[in-house]
Design a protein around this ligand. Structure first.
Ligand code: ATP
Length: 198
């Protein structure tokens, strides 16, 4: 049976980069944020967001994601409300996707908030990706049109590295990418041995 691996880490830790390395090793990856972005364009979700957050967030039926982000990352209750709409839809979509991977030994589900929304319980293993906070901030500033303040708002809404590490099965320290990749190789070897033994 396919073993499901939840891959998590704070903003800018390098989760997606590491997920793609797993993919290069033949492991299917599900990037929850990317899938959520697509799902949020569906009629049902657009309607639910309109009902909860108002029509002003839409221009020609297209969601202004920046405006929505400003609302939810400034208000924990609003973030909870949005997650209540988006997470169940992603969960269903992932369930269907997983059924198409039943021939695979492992799959990776990548999300920043596996612990925050309790979904870590749905996976066989959890891997945390960590990196020094300032490095994470600098990476995101270099990658996105964003500000330090906006990044910090997201960091505050997420668990700390220490919290994630304490509840994870494996940890990938991603300061140096080559070292992080070797750690992935190591973890995969361990998981393959476990699979053979079970
Ligand atoms: P987010 O939570 O914002 O989606 P993430 O944890 O998925 O972020 P990535 O998108 O993988 O992080 O990485 C953030 C940026 O840092 C990217 O531009 C990526 O190329 C870069 N990056 C990832 N790992 C390293 C590393 N070890 N050294 C330097 N840059 C890195």
């Amino acid at each position: 049976m396919t073993k499901t691996i939840g891959l998590t880490g704070g903003i800018g830790s390098g989760k997606t980069t590491i997920a793609h390395y797993f993919q290069s090793k033949g492991i299917p990856i599900y990037i929850a944020d990317d899938e959520a972005r697509i799902i949020m364009q569906s009629e049902a979700i657009i309607e639910a967001i309109k009902n909860s957050f108002g029509k002003d967030l839409f221009e020609n039926n297209v969601l202004n994601r920046q405006k929505l982000a400003e609302i939810v990352f400034n208000d924990a209750d609003q973030l909870k409300r949005l997650n209540g709409i988006v997470h169940p839809a992603v969960k269903n979509h992932f369930k269907e996707w997983l059924q198409t991977k039943s021939h695979c030994q492992f799959i990776i589900y990548e999300s920043a908030v596996l612990f925050e929304n309790d979904s870590y319980k749905n996976f066989d293993y959890i891997i945390a990706v960590t990196a020094p906070l300032e490095e994470r901030i600098q990476r995101v500033i270099a990658r996105d049109a964003t500000t330090r303040e906006q990044i910090q708002q997201r960091i505050v809404a997420q668990w700390t590295d220490e919290q994630r590490v304490s509840k994870s099965d494996y940890v990938i320290e991603n300061s140096n990418l080559e070292t992080a990749k070797r750690k992935v190789d190591e973890i995969l070897k361990i998981l393959e041995i476990k699979q053979k033994e079970s």
